[in-house]
Design a protein around this ligand. Structure first.
Ligand code: SF4
Length: 180
């Protein structure tokens, strides 16, 4: 079987979903028998390469995330929303009930941890936050979702193993096997 190309990406999330991916522990050896990891947060490639499977953690919070996600979609055969932030916005979407200006004002000026000189940073290298945070499926077609905050390592491994063996994951069946 030809090795597949696996990519993992971290958009607006806390990295907890990637921590859970690492919790598959020695089963990573089963994954790398079937796939080359062509992109992940510790692989220093600037461009997102062609991928058979892209695991995307986090929601779309900024213009940069939006452009990155559109690019990832073009390059990926199967795009998976990894974790509740990617699926529903979850924690990152909590700011959606406020305006962006209110969020900045609170974070950089009013918060008790700031001194009286606090001001909103505007360095060009900073992400350009969008008015509202949105989940992946609002921007691109998502082929598969792995819910959870974070999703369990067992579930992540199950989905990866199925796809890498050219099978379609069935999370309902996986739950039944686990919990009856
Ligand atoms: S789903 Fe939970 S663990 Fe994953 S990025 Fe969001 S907050 Fe972090």
């Amino acid at each position: 079987m030809t090795k597949k190309k696996l990519a993992t990406v971290w958009l607006g999330g806390c990295s907890g979903c990637h921590m859970s991916l690492l919790d598959i522990d020695e089963r990573i050896l089963d994954v790398i028998k079937l796939a080359d990891i062509v992109k992940c947060p510790i692989v220093d490639t600037k461009e997102f390469p062609e991928a058979d499977i892209a695991l995307v953690e986090g929601s779309v919070t900024s213009d940069e995330h939006l452009h990155e996600l559109l690019h990832i979609r073009k390059k990926s055969r199967v795009l998976i929303a990894l974790g509740d932030c990617a699926v529903t916005t979850n924690v990152t979407g909590m700011r959606n009930c406020l305006t962006k200006e209110e969020v900045f004002n609170y974070a950089y000026i009013q918060a008790a941890s700031n001194d009286k000189e606090g001001k909103t940073p505007d360095h060009p290298a900073l992400l350009k936050l969008r008015d509202k945070v949105v989940p992946l499926q609002e921007v691109v077609k998502v082929d598969f979702s792995i819910p959870g905050c974070p999703p369990s390592a067992d579930t992540i491994f199950y989905v990866l193993a199925e796809l890498l063996n050219d099978r379609i994951p069935n999370l309902a069946q996986e739950r039944k096997l686990k919990y009856g």
